[in-house]
Each structure stands twice: as structure tokens, then as C-alpha cells.
Design a protein around this ligand. Structure first.
Ligand code: AMP
Length: 210
């Protein structure tokens, strides 16, 4: 089963994607996580991507497509994946369609996590990431366990100005994918992402397994 998690930055795609991956037993492909790993390792790709990421801009499509190709070539991905943060624009969605079609697959479902912009900005200011596991926490709503609390970090692109710019990029380039997939006839489910993490998770499972 190939699923796409759509939603603004901070809507909960990372958290819900990890939980869903565990529940369904298929890997999560999070292009943002792969890019941050490359930035940390200072690979040529990471060095190229960093300036776009720090500015809250999208990394060029050809870079992203290469990453997705590699991720889908892994044996773990042969029964489907959960895409988190990809596709981010219509070009990426069209390319994904072609890649999946070659493998006899298609997008089986699109989950849209809906959260208003003001709530996003509040969330992002308290968001912290565990650099070792990539798991995402919030200082108030989802505090890291004691053994992790000492090492969590705030992402450089989670500062307010950059968050507002990322929201603009989302509205202009990514949100149109909702109608793109509706036109394609994919099953698109909108989920209220403002609720408590376990409730959102339960709702996602409900729409996937009615
Ligand atoms: P995320 O962790 O998904 O919020 O992504 C963090 C940043 O990585 C984004 O603001 C972009 O700069 C970059 N990025 C992640 N995924 C993509 C993508 N599919 N296309 C372009 N840029 C991306």
C-alpha cells in the first residue's frame, strides 16, 4: 500500500507517519529526514540542500526525485511506503505517479492533516527533534522522555519567520496536490490534525480501514 501524508509543515506528518509505518509494517519515506541526514553528514547533496532548507524553500525536484528513486529501490519498500513530505508540488506528484506505475503500483490513499496556520506557528516554536532517532516531540504537548530530553534539538527552519515562509510555500505549491489527487480519482481523506496525537492516529486508521 502506497500512502501519502499531506499537510503543512508541523501538521503532524512526521509523528503520524512513524506511527502508521509501525502499525502497517511498511517503511516511511520522509524526504526532509533524508535531507537532514545528508546535511549532518555534509555530503555534496547535503551541502547543496542546506541553503534551500534554511531559507524554507523547496529543494530542487531532481535532487528529491533521486532520493525517492533510491528509497523505493530498497527491498523494504517493495510492499509500499508512507510518503511524508513528498510530493511537495505537482511536478513531483506526476513523477511519483510514473515511478509507481512502472512498478505496477499507484497511490492508494492520500491523508490530509488539516491544522490552521496559527496553530502551526505555536506548535513549531515548541517542536524538538531527537537527532539520533528522528522522532519528533513538543515541549508541552508531547514532551520527550527523560533519557532523550537532553539531546533534543530545535530545527533551524522551525524559527517563526522561516515557518511563515514555509506555510506560504505550502499554500502555493503543495496544497494544490489535494485537488490534483482528487482529480486523479485517488482516495483523499481529510483528517482534523488539531486533536490529540492518539486521536489523530485513530482517525487515520479509521479512514484507512473503514
Ligand atoms: P520537512 O521535514 O518535510 O518539513 O522538510 C524540511 C525541508 O526539506 C523543506 O522545507 C524543504 O526545504 C526540504 N524538502 C523536504 N522534502 C522536500 C520535497 N519533497 N521537495 C522539496 N524540498 C523538500
Amino acid at each position: 500500500m502506497d500512502l501519502i501524508l499531506l499537510g503543512a509543515p508541523g501538521a503532524g506528518k512526521g509523528t503520524q507517519g512513524s506511527r502508521l509505518a509501525e502499525t502497517l509494517g511498511i517503511p516511511k519515506v520522509a524526504t526532509g529526514d533524508i535531507l537532514r541526514e545528508s546535511v549532518r553528514e555534509k555530503t555534496p547533496l547535503g551541502l547543496k540542500a542546506k541553503e534551500y532548507m534554511d531559507a524554507g524553500e523547496l529543494v530542487p525536484d531532481e535532487v528529491i526525485l533521486g532520493l525517492v528513486h533510491d528509497a523505493l529501490a530498497s527491498p523494504a519498500a517493495e510492499n509500499g511506503v508512507i510518503f511524508d513530505g513528498f510530493p511537495r508540488n505537482v511536478k513531483q506528484a506526476e513523477d511519483l505517479g510514473r515511478i509507481l506505475e512502472k512498478a505496477g503500483r499507484r497511490v492508494d490513499g492520500v491523508i490530509v492533516l488539516e491544522v490552521p496556520d496559527d496553530a502551526i506557528v505555536e506548535r513549531m516554536s515548541g517542536r524538538r527533534t531527537d537527532p539520533d532517532t528522528g522522532l519528533v516531540y513538543h515541549v508541552v504537548h508531547n514532551p520527550p522522555p527523560a533519557e532523550v530530553a537532553g539531546r533534543v534539538i530545535q530545527r533551524a527552519d522551525d524559527h517563526e519567520d522561516t515557518v511563515r515562509h514555509r506555510l506560504k510555500v505550502y499554500a502555493e505549491q503543495t496544497a494544490p496536490l489535494i485537488s490534483f489527487y482528487e482529480r486523479e480519482g485517488a482516495v483523499v481523506s481529510r483528517v482534523d490534525g488539531t486533536r490529540e496525537i492518539n486521536e489523530v492516529q485513530a482517525e487515520i486508521l479509521r479512514v484507512l480501514r473503514p
